[in-house]
Design a protein around this ligand. Structure first.
Ligand code: PMV
Length: 361
């Protein structure tokens, strides 16, 4: 598909007002996206587990205006309070998508949004937040064009979410979602995320992700700044090649259920992401001493028990502890007894692979 395929024809339907609500999850990448080209095109392909409990719920109320505006008009409420400081990000998003959703300028909007996780938890809400908003917009487009297929709906929702925040495009559908062209991933595209259609072993079906909140402070480096540091990065080309080959290896692992190799790929991807940040100019260390304490405890526990628990990281200090559902009780005991002491106020979130975004009205 080409991006122009997302520019709609004139619609026959006319709608005056309404409200749509979506709940959309966060996701955790196994092979990481780090580095982008213009228009949020990823420098390498990535794949993630869609999560279940870390979600954003967004409602979009719309009222037709007599005359189309020059820009999209909206009011924004976060957790029932007006939130002016979130507005520029959304304004920017509306600007980026205006040629794909020209009908938005005919309406005035009230956006109400809330997260299931604490706002200043160091958990990025951009994936769940941008995907929820993109889905609300697509529900309006679907009312204007009821013939739209579900496939087009999901692809365009992912395409729009990507323009808001790259990794948000992997938060529409459930299970495993790939984004970025890869020769061996069917239907893969730089423009939107696609549900992974390869064979997946049952051990990955209900994979657990306990998120340990090591540092709830705001990020030292925004992900856009981080992605840009891959331009001219001395290791960039090798890293992008490595992501392609790790995805190939992961495909085999997803099929066979070989958790030893799964762990090697996932942990290496997490550390490589941070190694890229540590070796860029300017350079950053986003891990905290407690991040390393947790990693070392996980390694020791895995060696002693043989239980296939591993970690991954986002662009921050929090640790995602990943393990199969069948090991849930034992791993959770370990987390409680040995890892929570390294979290800020012993805070953590229990999550797992989810089914994707759901419409609530
Ligand atoms: O979607 P962004 O621009 O916030 O980038 C997120 C990138 C990582 O979370 C670090 C990796 C990934 O693939 O999700």
């Amino acid at each position: 598909m080409h991006q122009n395929d997302f520019i709609p024809q004139a619609f026959n339907n006319n709608i005056e007002k309404g409200i749509v609500t979506w709940q959309s999850p966060s996701n955790i990448a196994l092979v990481k996206y780090w580095g982008k080209k213009e228009n949020q095109i990823p420098a390498n392909p990535s794949i993630s587990f869609t999560l279940e409990t870390s979600v954003t719920t967004t409602s979009l109320e719309y009222f037709k205006e007599e005359q189309a505006g020059l820009t999209v008009q909206f009011e924004l409420y976060f957790e029932d309070k007006k939130k002016e400081d979130f507005k520029p990000k959304i304004e920017n998003f509306f600007k980026r998508i205006e040629s794909y959703c020209p009908y938005l300028k005919n309406y005035k909007f009230v956006i109400r949004t809330k997260n299931s996780f604490p706002h200043s938890s160091g958990i990025a809400s951009s994936a769940s937040g941008m995907s929820a908003l993109a889905l609300c917009i697509m529900s309006i487009e679907k009312e204007l064009n009821p013939e739209m297929t579900e496939e087009y709906f999901n692809k365009k929702a992912s395409f729009l979410a990507r323009l808001g925040s790259g990794s948000a495009c992997r938060s529409i559908e459930g299970g495993l979602v790939a984004w970025g062209e890869h020769v061996n991933i069917e239907g893969s595209s730089d423009l939107f995320g696609v549900k992974y259609k390869g064979e997946v072993h049952k051990v990955f079906k209900n994979y657990q992700d306990t998120i340990l909140l090591v540092d709830k402070g705001s990020k030292q480096v925004s992900s856009s700044v981080g992605h840009n540091l891959m331009h001219g990065h001395p290791f960039a080309e090798k890293r992008f090649e490595q992501a392609h080959s790790n995805l190939d290896d992961l495909r085999q692992v997803l099929k066979s259920g070989d958790l030893k190799t799964f762990i090697q790929i996932v942990e290496s991807e997490a550390l490589t992401l941070h190694a890229m940040m540590m070796s860029s100019r300017p350079y950053f260390i986003l891990m905290k001493p407690n991040t390393l304490e947790i990693i070392n405890h996980i390694w020791k526990y895995r060696e002693q028990t043989g239980i296939p628990v591993c970690f991954t990281l986002d662009a921050g200090a929090n640790v995602h502890v990943l393990y199969p559902e069948e090991n849930e009780d034992k791993v959770f005991e370990f987390i409680k007894n040995e890892l929570l002491a390294y979290c800020e106020n012993e805070q953590y979130l229990c999550d797992r692979v989810g089914i994707g975004a759901v419409q609530l009205n």
